[in-house]
Each structure stands twice: as C-alpha cells, then as structure tokens.
Design a protein around this ligand. Structure first.
Ligand SMILES: *[C@@H]1O[C@H](CO)[C@@H](O)[C@H](O)[C@H]1NC(C)=O
Ligand SMILES: *[C@@H]1O[C@H](CO)[C@@H](O)[C@H](O)[C@H]1NC(C)=O
Ligand SMILES: *[C@@H]1O[C@H](CO)[C@@H](O)[C@H](O)[C@H]1NC(C)=O
Length: 438
C-alpha cells in the first residue's frame, strides 16, 4: 500500500519556492535545465541527467534530509555534446551522473550543475531493494507540450510521494524535432517537476522518429544492452521490459530482428531464473488491439505489432504469450482501453465471474490519453466484442498494491477532476511463471 509521505505533501510550487535556491546568477546557458532521473537497474543507484548550452563541469550535490544526515555528498560526472538534426544544428551538452550507495527509502535533496550555475533543489526517494515490496507506478503515453492535461495532477501526486517511478509509454512531444527541437526542450522542462523526482522510464513512440530517434536516444538513459531503444530492469516484484514498436514501421528490418532476439533472450532469462521477479510487464508504444476508428495499425486484424512483418516474421503476440508476460502496457491511441484477456482475437478469461484472476493469456492496457493537442481518438461505431472497458477521457493510469500475486490498476480521469473511472485487480498465481500453454 502506498501511503503518501507527510513531508511530500507540499505542492509543486511550494517545493519550488521553499527549496528553490538558485545558483548565483550567471550566463543562463550554463544553468542546468531539463533535469530528470533514471534508474540504472542497480541497487542503491540513481542517474541524474541534465542539459546545458555551454560545456560546463558536471556535479551533483546530495543533501540528506535527515537531521543526522551526512554533509553534502558530491559526485562528479561527464557530459557529451549532442547536435540536433534540424537546420540550425543546435548543440547542447548532456550531463549524466550515476549516484551510488543510496540507502533504500531514504529521501535525498539534490541539485546538479557546477559553480557556473546550479539547478534548483529537487527531492527524490531512493528505491527499495529486492523483490519484496510494492512499487506504485504512474503510467501514460502521448503527453504533449501544449495542453498536457494530466501533468498538474501527476505533479501533485509526485510531490505527495505516491509513486516510485513513472512509465511514459512513448510520444513525448509533437514532435520532438519541431522548431529545431525547441519543442523538445520545452517539454523536458515541463515534466521536470515529475521527472527530476522519480525515475522516468520510457519507450520510443512515433513522434520521436526524426533523425533516427537521436533526440530520444540522447535523452533517456537505457541501462543494459540496447540500441538505446530497448532495455529491461527489475523493480520490486516486476521485471519491466521497454521496447520499440517503431522498428516495425520504419523499415529497419535488422533492428526488428535484433530487438526480437534480445526480447526472446531476456524473456528466457526471466523464465529460467528462479530468483527473477514474478511479474513480467512490457511497455511498447503502438498497441495490438484497439477500438479506434482511425487507420492505425491496431485497427487491422493482422497488425504489424501483433503479427510481425508480412504477417509472420517476429510476431510479438506469440512471443509474449509463449514466455508468460503478465501485463502489456500500450499507448498511441488517445483513449484508455483494456480488452478482456485476449489472444489471437479470442477471449480467455480467468473465469467468467473473475476474468482477471489467473487470466489464461496476457492482459493488455492501452493508456494514451494524457495530453495534448491531438484530439482524443475517434472510436469505432461497432463496439468490439472483446473490449471490456473503453474510456474517452483525458487521464492516466496508476498501478499500485503490486505484490507477488496481484496488481491494482486504476484509471484517473482528468476530465472528471481525478475521479477513478476504471478499477481492476489482476491476479496471478503465487508460484512459478505463468505459462499459458494448456
Ligand atoms: C539508425 O540507427 C540504427 C541503430 O539504432 C542504425 O542501425 C541505423 O543504421 C541508423 N540509420 C541511419 C539511416 O542512420
Ligand atoms: C469474459 O468475462 C466477461 C465479464 O464477466 C464476460 O462479459 C465475457 O462474455 C467473457 N468472455 C468469455 C469469452 O468468456
Ligand atoms: C498481496 O497483497 C494482498 C493485499 O493487497 C494480500 O492480501 C496478499 O496476501 C498479498 N500477497 C502476497 C503473496 O504477499
């Protein structure tokens, strides 16, 4: 159960002003911006990433919040230059430092930058160790720079300490390269109140494709083996796999193959290792199923994401089924939808009364309505028989009370001021991987 910590109960603005000690005024371009956290997948670690417009040293200063806390700790890191592909070739510097030796559940205040300019101070809580705790996750996709509907509420949730991590299921800005990537910078600053306090876990979406996903890859650190487009990590009782559905659409056949091989070996490891977390949750941008009335991939029965290239190569539905993936998170459609547990267009409820208790196939959740200037997706006039819940309101999803056997999924509606508009418990057996072969 995730009870908010009392000392987080200030709203974003308050935090900004009470902790917001800026560095001494210097050239603005040397001041850090676009600060965000990522979890490198190792116990006691957290990575801080930020941007400056001139090369500066990279340093993070940590201030424990406890009275007995240590004196400020310092960590030095490095930066790398990055050039946008637009006609202005805007150049910036990406700084990255991985903090180590953090104590589980301890809150830290930090700032990053250098003597040439410091960020304001941010607060984060180090993640707990091991599989025996219940992480809370905020999940959404498709949030834009204009009208990011879900952001104020996500921000206040974050400051109340509701979450341990954010999963952003692709599509960050519309588009990341627009206006010589000024849109990217604006977005990264907009999400800072959330992303500088929580590990911000991502997968690429179609709006990040310009210049070969370079703006995406340079920003979001991907632990482990990857092209910067796929990776996996463990968070409490969950093995989270982030991958790219976009490789199926940009004629990168070799990438489709490489990713598929990687997914298969990652899933094999997760299945063979008895100490691996019980849950496997995937996040990919474009869904396999949807009730939309646009021409998206998921409106086709033989969707590429589901059935692979040419309807038979590198099929993901079969792969995820074979290796017992429990939950598949998607976005791209501007709606919230989940089918009954579905495989190959057949419904396999756990039982008629309790479809999500020991479902016989993976469960899909599509949560792409957090935003934005693109309108909510038009929905089909012919309701799909397999669609359990379909909500056409702005909002985002909470996964909480996650333990070995169950997860509580709630959809928060922003159009209804935070009302919970969907509420499902998914249960899995306590022991062993869920192998769906019967
Ligand atoms: C794009 O990036 C991938 C690696 O992620 C690489 O294999 C491919 O060759 C690149 N394509 C171009 C046109 O640069
Ligand atoms: C699955 O469960 C739901 C809810 O009980 C029910 O409406 C639906 O008909 C079931 N589908 C099948 C194929 O059993
Ligand atoms: C999981 O949490 C529920 C309460 O939310 C509890 O009843 C159940 O015993 C827990 N299961 C395990 C294996 O800890």
């Amino acid at each position: 159960m995730c009870s908010p910590l009392p000392c987080w109960s200030c709203c974003c603005l308050l935090l900004y002003f009470s902790l917001g000690v800026q560095g001494s005024p210097k050239a603005p371009s040397a001041a850090p911006e676009q600060v965000h956290l990522s979890y490198p997948g190792e116990t006691g670690c957290m990575t801080v990433t930020w941007t400056t417009w001139v090369p500066t040293p990279s340093e993070v200063q940590l201030f424990g919040l406890q009275l007995w806390g240590p004196l400020p700790l310092q960590a030095q890191g490095t930066f790398s230059p990055f050039m946008d592909g637009g006609i202005l070739w805007r150049k910036l510097y990406i700084h990255r430092i991985t903090l180590q030796g953090l104590l589980p559940r301890v809150q830290y205040v930090y700032r990053c930058g250098s003597t040439q300019g410091w960020s304001r101070r941010f607060l984060f809580r180090a993640l707990k160790n091991g599989p025996h705790w219940s992480p809370c996750l905020a999940v959404f996709g498709d949030i834009g720079t204009d009208n990011p509907r879900a952001l104020p509420r996500l921000c206040s949730d974050t400051q109340q300490g509701r979450y341990d991590a954010v999963l952003h299921v692709g599509d960050f800005t519309y588009n990341v390269d627009q206006d010589n990537a000024h849109v990217r910078d604006k977005f990264m600053n907009l999400i800072e109140p959330v992303a500088a306090s929580l590990p911000y876990v991502t997968c690429p979406g179609n709006h990040e494709d310009h210049y070969n996903f370079s703006n995406y890859k340079a920003r979001f650190i991907m632990p482990g083996d990857s092209e910067g487009l796929w990776y996996s990590w463990d968070l409490g009782p969950v093995h989270i796999i982030s991958f790219s559905t976009e490789v199926y659409f940009f004629l990168h056949r070799h990438l489709v193959e490489r990713q598929f091989r990687w997914l298969e070996s990652d899933l094999q490891k997760a299945n063979k290792n008895p100490a691996a977390p019980p849950w496997i949750i995937t996040m990919g941008h474009r869904p396999m199923y949807c009730s939309s009335a646009d021409w998206d991939d998921c409106t086709w029965r033989e969707s590429k994401v589901r059935r692979g290239l040419l309807g038979k190569f590198y099929e993901l539905e079969d792969l995820f089924y074979k290796y017992g993936v429990d939950l598949q998170l998607w976005a791209h459609e501007r709606s919230y939808e989940h089918p009954w547990p579905i495989y190959n267009y057949h419904v396999f409820n756990g039982s008629r009364e309790m479809p999500y208790t020991h479902p016989r196939v993976p469960v899909h959740i599509i949560t792409g309505s957090a935003r934005c200037e693109e309108r909510l997706t038009p929905l089909t006039l012919f309701p799909r028989p397999w669609s359990a819940v379909l909500i056409k309101e702005h909002g985002y999803t909470r996964l909480h009370n996650l333990n070995e056997t169950r997860v509580h999924i709630q959809q928060v509606s922003d159009d209804q001021d935070g009302k919970i508009v969907d509420d499902v418990w998914v249960m899995r057996p306590l022991l062993g991987r869920m192998m769906y072969l019967w």
